[in-house]
Ligand binder design. Structure first.
Ligand code: SF4
Length: 82
């Protein structure tokens, strides 16, 4: 993913998860992680969601289809030791 993604302010209004149980995005098992990723995979604002999480250093939960560990890896790749 490019760092050039523009996060438009109203992205949450278009989120597929809007109104969904937030617990889906705080999985505790691999199976739950897969379900959350599948949910995000068809979200029209997945990239904005991910960039928001990266920008705000969200540590927990699935954002943009990525776990916290995966997001930290992206940050390290972009900016070095984060
Ligand atoms: S990518 Fe996933 S967590 Fe982010 S807004 Fe879309 S459905 Fe919600």
């Amino acid at each position: 993913m490019s760092a050039a993604v523009t996060v438009f302010p109203q992205w949450r209004e278009h989120a597929r998860c809007r109104g969904a149980d937030a617990a889906i995005f705080y999985p505790t098992t691999e199976d739950e992680i897969r379900k959350a990723r599948a949910f995000c995979a068809t979200c029209p604002v997945r990239e904005c969601c991910l960039e928001h999480a990266l920008l705000h250093r969200e540590r927990d939960g699935i954002w943009g289809g990525m776990t916290g560990r995966e997001r930290r890896r992206v940050l390290r790749q972009r900016y070095g030791g984060v």
